[in-house]
Design a protein around this ligand. Structure first.
Ligand code: GAL
Length: 673
């Protein structure tokens, strides 16, 4: 064969190969200008959170990291955010953001500073922190290993030695036995790939090694540790109910030149070592460690995650000559914007991360996403884009349960020290002052817009028609099928994603003293004398949110809150009322989506609906009509607003317990459901 024919064949094969690669693995870039980033939709039970890690915020930790910082002459973590002393006020920051979830890690070196020494005091503090979070209705998510561990453990070889895993498991069990019955969300190991790549390939994290042999050992041992931890905790009290998962950092690798086969090969090798082999390991239980040729089975690994935590930050453009030090800027596309960390903002990669973990068939939680951006001019856009990607992916069928922004506040960014600021709150490390950034306000606003508003329950009404059982208690406290009516109402509200409720107890507030409900944070408000429904609301005006759901304490109305809230917001209404058309009596007339007449006492002939209990109100409406003293909300506002009230038609059966017959019907309903 002539040489040029041979060359031609080779070139053709090359071109075909490149075309196939380019076609099979597109590098998605969206035209962000043309996308409406305001258009977000999240389920009402979506977990909105913020994340931190112990060594990055607590201060004065003595662990593998603090040692590495001084040995390598890095910036010292020092007192960091002094969070160990300021946790209570830091939890105010979380509360102010409105996030109902918080991911943080437990510092092993505080719990077990020496091999034979356990600190009950530290464990007790973490326990108080958990208690405090729960009392604020912030659901804790605990990470058991987030890059840091005790010095004695490192001296024994850390995760390089398989038998050392026992130490970590003992620590995990200790923590779980204290907190396992209260904490529902657990992450075993944070980013095993980053831990090994940075600590054993690039040498940027402790122990600063550069050894493929060690990398293989550590990778395998981390997977063993994860699997063993999952199995051990599941066996403990609370384990069955706990959601335990691995947190995987997904880095997207793309070839720098999309016509260059070497770039493709490099990107595929990196993708395999950084992402694929780990995910495959989790899926099949057989793990081929990065850079080794064969896989081997890890007992208990298959099925060892109740969810997959995805930490996503960026994509990297691969060439065979990529820098192995962070000092050299990574390559980026010309239209991309560099973050302070020098890698680009690439929100499209979050979607690709979801696609990558999808075949694990596990619920996905974005356990970290954020950006290093000192002056906060990029973060708002970063948040908007990544939330848009998440919202879209949910719409397209991905099972994404939550999003935790990294990070609550600026903190110690490992090898980069304090130069990289990831927080929603700015931290002045001299004065330790925290200030909410514009991006923090934005995140908070998005959460507010996408969560179910405050529930306000008029719970003080007495049951005059119920006779003896209700002589001295408000109707909402009467037991139906084994628990007070108020409990049933709150259970429903919680199932709909409500996080806080204001209970207006009328003048018999002391009757509610022992009332408790886990899942919704409760505020009680009492009147000195009976004020009627309108008076009760006016009396509590300082405690009302700008928009709230109003419920009657003697009605059980299991409707979908998201739909009514959506309807209310779309109509930009001041008052949206649920109207049922299937009720034995009628008390209103509605037409063209509005309630045009209401009469509680006399049913008029053209009435075609009944007010079914759940309504949504803008506080400004209360201010338009509010007055001191006793007055009725429904009898004052409904007539005055007729024609303006948005009618939300929903024929879900609605239960009230006003008479003994109705009470027994409701009792039967609960028994059967
Ligand atoms: C992650 C890590 C976090 C945080 C973040 C920002 O890899 O889990 O601790 O530092 O990166 O770079």
């Amino acid at each position: 064969m002539q040489w040029w024919i041979f060359a031609l064949i080779l070139i053709s094969i090359y071109c075909i190969l490149i075309v196939i690669l380019r076609w099979s693995f597109p590098e998605k870039h969206l035209n962000w200008e043309s996308i409406n980033l305001e258009k977000l939709e999240f389920p009402s039970e979506f977990m909105w959170g913020v994340a931190t890690a112990s060594h990055q915020i607590e201060g004065n930790n003595k662990n593998n990291w603090s040692e590495f910082e001084s040995n390598k002459k890095l910036e010292l973590s020092g007192i960091a955010c002094d969070h160990w002393n300021r946790w209570e006020s830091d939890f105010d920051l979380i509360e102010n953001l409105g996030t109902g979830h918080y991911r943080f890690s437990i510092e092993w070196s505080r719990i077990q500073p020496k091999e034979e020494e356990w600190s009950d005091e530290s464990l007790e503090q973490y326990s108080q922190m958990v208690e405090d979070l729960i009392s604020r209705n912030i659901e804790p998510m605990i990470t058991l290993h987030h890059f840091s561990h005790p010095i004695w453990f490192q001296e024994k070889g850390g995760f390089e030695v398989e038998s050392n895993i026992n130490y970590w498991i003992t620590f995990c069990e200790k923590v779980f036995s204290k907190l396992g019955q209260r904490v529902k969300w657990w992450c075993t190991i944070n980013e095993p790939t980053v831990f090994t790549a940075m600590g054993y390939v690039l040498g940027e994290f402790p122990p600063g090694a550069r050894s493929f042999k060690k990398t293989r050992a550590v990778s395998r041992n981390l997977m063993i540790a994860h699997a063993r931890c999952y199995r051990a905790l599941k066996k403990m009290k609370g384990g069955e109910q706990a959601n335990i998962g691995l947190v995987k950092n997904i880095n997207i690798f793309d070839p720098y030149r999309r016509w260059n086969l070497l770039h493709w090969i490099q990107s595929k090798i990196l993708d395999e070592m950084f992402n694929k082999c780990w995910l495959r390991g989790l899926k099949t239980g057989k793990f081929r460690t990065p850079s080794s040729l064969f896989s081997s089975k890890i007992p208990g690994l298959k099925g060892s995650s109740d969810f997959i935590g995805v930490n996503y930050y960026t994509h990297l453009l691969a060439t065979p000559f990529m820098p192995t030090t962070v000092e050299i800027d990574p390559l980026i596309r010309p239209w991309e914007e560099r973050t302070d960390f020098r890698y680009p903002m690439y929100a499209e990669g979050l979607r690709r991360s979801f696609e990558m973990v999808k075949n694990l068939n596990l619920p996905i939680i974005v356990t970290e996403n954020g950006v290093a951006d000192d002056d906060d001019d990029m973060r708002p856009e970063h948040i908007r884009r990544h939330l848009w990607i998440t919202s879209k992916a949910i719409k397209d069928g991905f099972d994404i349960r939550g999003f935790y922004h990294w990070s609550l506040m600026d903190n110690f960014e490992w090898a980069e020290g304090y130069t990289q600021r990831f927080g929603l709150y700015h931290v002045d490390f001299e004065s330790q002052d925290r200030t909410l950034k514009e991006s923090g306000k934005l995140y908070s606003k998005v959460i507010e817009e996408n969560t179910i508003p405050q529930v306000v329950i008029l719970a003080g009404g007495l049951a005059t028609r119920l006779g003896k059982i209700a002589e001295d208690k408000p109707k909402s406290l009467i037991e139906v099928n084994g628990k007070p009516m108020l409990n049933h109402i709150l259970d429903w509200a919680e199932s709909q994603g409500c996080r806080k409720a204001l209970v207006l107890t009328g003048h018999l507030g002391n009757k509610f003293e022992n009332f408790k409900h886990r899942g919704i944070s409760l505020t009680f408000h009492q009147e000195s004398e009976p004020l009627g429904t309108g008076g009760a609301l006016w009396n509590a005006k300082e405690l009302l949110d700008e928009e709230f759901i109003l419920l009657w304490g003697d009605d059980y109305h299991p409707i979908n809150y998201s739909s009514i809230v959506k309807h209310h917001r779309q109509n930009n209404s001041l008052l949206t009322m649920t109207v049922t058309e299937s009720h034995d009596s009628m008390n209103l007339r509605h037409s063209d989506g509005k309630v045009v007449a209401y009469n509680k006492i006399d049913q008029e002939s053209n009435f075609n609906g009944y007010e079914a209990g759940t309504s949504i109100i803008k506080k400004s409406l209360l201010y338009d009509y509010g007055k001191d003293g006793k007055w009725s909300w429904e009898e004052t506002i409904y007539p005055k607003q007729s024609g303006e009230i948005t009618a939300y038609i929903d024929n879900t059966k609605f239960w009230d317990m006003g008479t003994p017959e109705r009470l027994s019907k409701l009792e039967k309903f609960f028994q059967n459901s």
